[in-house]
Design a protein around this ligand. Structure first.
Ligand code: 5AD
Ligand code: SF4
Length: 450
């Protein structure tokens, strides 16, 4: 059916959810709904949720909770909880959000439209947590939402087979499965034609892309995407250290569009904890892989994810992680306090760490990392970087420099944000910038030849 109305979509969580929300938006568009940024005029509100940590889950419930009063005034408003929390909670979501109309699990998107039809024709509340794997190709394409974006996420595989003991992903997104290479190439070709210049390929473990299905492995997929006209940069996330292959290291070195940056989550620097996490590698093998990579790509930027306060993590274990940061000197890290997830095995592990202690460790870790982030950024002062222009800078320095009308921002291959004054560069341009100042979260410089 076709409807008239506005749709508001609120996304919590990972990059994969950003991609999924665009798919939900494309479905809504095909049913006649216009996207809006104004919740007050919305006729359908979708919260695409994340259950990776307790905080993300709470954010979803508190967002959806806000609509109880609005629904009373506007009974035709449809409220939808989609994604990972929906998959995990099912019916139970109605206990906490009684006014909710639909619970749409991670594999149920292809039935979203028919569920809207059922609600519109006066049907009961809907719960769809059927976990038969969803096929992205069955959903409408999302190029309608490019809105001058030059960088887009593309999910190339779903689910996960690794079963890290802290993680909900295998339970809310199911087993690992990869999309066919020709479908991925077709989607990115369409994106390139609509003006996209950079793609980030997404999967829980892109290193094992295609292996289960006997399709081309990830480095070969990268080579195919490298050939797509119009695409200038390729990024990918996330890599699993146990599966990081030499072929992938060579692909990073040899394929000109693949960015010189690797996000390789280590999670902990202590072998006892890595074992309990079921990560499948040791501190030593992680360090060895990084040193092999640095031999091939000496300038590579590195980032990682770390969990502090995993059950039974001792002070010594934590110092092993601190020392790993000192040894590797990552460009940036994402660090989290361990969050108990009832569906993940670690929830039953003994010796849970006190919340205050977890936060204390987190702060120590972040403080240490800041010194390396600044060190890495400062080392770039005086160099010339290729910057893909993303848009106008919201972080304005006091006033504009004489001769420049605007301040713009872009990103380096190594994923650093660079602000610069500009007279006439456009979004999507690739320009050279001489770096003059380094800050903890960004760089500042001037375009060459201007
Ligand atoms: N608690 C804290 N952090 C977690 N992550 C995954 N599960 C948990 C959890 N239960 C972190 C990991 C992962 C990142 C996406 O989120 O570091 O790499
Ligand atoms: Fe969150 Fe994981 Fe679901 Fe992404 S896949 S939304 S990180 S729980």
């Amino acid at each position: 059916m076709k409807y008239k109305g506005y749709a508001y979509i609120y996304t919590i969580g990972c990059q994969m959810n950003v991609y999924d929300s665009e798919k939900l938006g494309a479905i809504l568009k095909s049913y006649g709904f216009e996207k809006t940024e104004d919740m007050d005029i919305a006729d359908i509100i979708v919260c695409n949720t994340c259950s990776i940590r307790h905080k993300a889950e709470e954010k979803a419930f508190s967002f959806l909770g806000r609509f109880a009063r609005i629904k009373k005034k506007k009974p035709h408003l449809i409220t939808v909880m989609a994604g990972c929390v929906a998959q995990q909670e099912g019916e139970k979501a109605f206990e906490r959000v009684p006014h909710l109309d639909m619970v749409l699990g991670t594999q149920a998107f292809s039935r979203f439209g028919q569920h809207i039809d059922a609600l519109k024709s006066g049907g009961q509340k809907i719960v769809d947590t059927n976990d038969a794997p969803m096929i992205y190709e069955a959903l409408p394409d999302t190029t309608c939402f490019n809105e001058n974006k030059i960088s887009k996420f593309v999910t190339i595989m779903q689910g996960c087979d690794n079963f890290c003991t802290y993680c909900v992903v295998p339970y809310v997104r199911g087993r690992e499965r990869s999309r066919r290479p020709e479908n991925i190439v077709e989607e990115i070709t369409l994106l390139a034609r609509s003006g996209v210049r950079e793609v980030t390929l997404l999967g829980q473990n892109v290193n094992s892309y295609g292996l289960k299905e006997g399709m081309i492995p990830f480095p070969q997929l990268l080579a195919k995407i490298n050939d797509i006209k119009g695409i200038q940069r390729i990024r990918f996330a996330t890599s699993h250290p146990k599966d990081l292959s030499e072929d992938l290291m060579h692909a990073i070195r040899d394929l000109d569009k693949v960015c010189n940056h690797l996000h390789l989550p280590v999670q902990s620097g202590a072998n006892t904890i890595l074992k309990k996490m079921n990560r499948g590698y040791t501190r030593e093998t992680y360090i060895h892989k990084i040193s092999e990579l640095k031999k091939l790509c000496p300038q590579i930027a590195l980032s990682t994810d770390i969990i502090v306060g995993f059950p039974s993590e001792s002070r010594t274990d934590f110092y092993d992680t601190m020392n790993l940061l000192r040894e590797i000197e990552f460009d940036s890290i994402f660090a989290f306090a361990y969050s108990d997830r009832s569906s993940a095995p670690a929830a039953k592990f003994s010796n849970q760490i006190d919340e205050k202690e977890k936060l204390d460790r987190l702060n120590q870790l972040l403080e240490l990392q800041e010194t390396y982030t600044i060190k890495k950024n400062t080392a770039l002062v005086g160099t010339i970087l290729d910057i893909l222009v993303e848009g106008e800078s919201t972080k304005k320095r006091d006033g504009f420099e004489p001769g420049f009308k605007k301040q713009m921002k872009g990103r380096s291959q190594s994923n650093k944000i660079v602000h610069f004054p500009s007279g006439h560069v456009n979004i999507g341009d690739m320009i050279k910038i001489r770096i003059e100042n380094a800050y903890p979260h960004s760089l500042w410089g001037h375009p060459l030849g201007v």
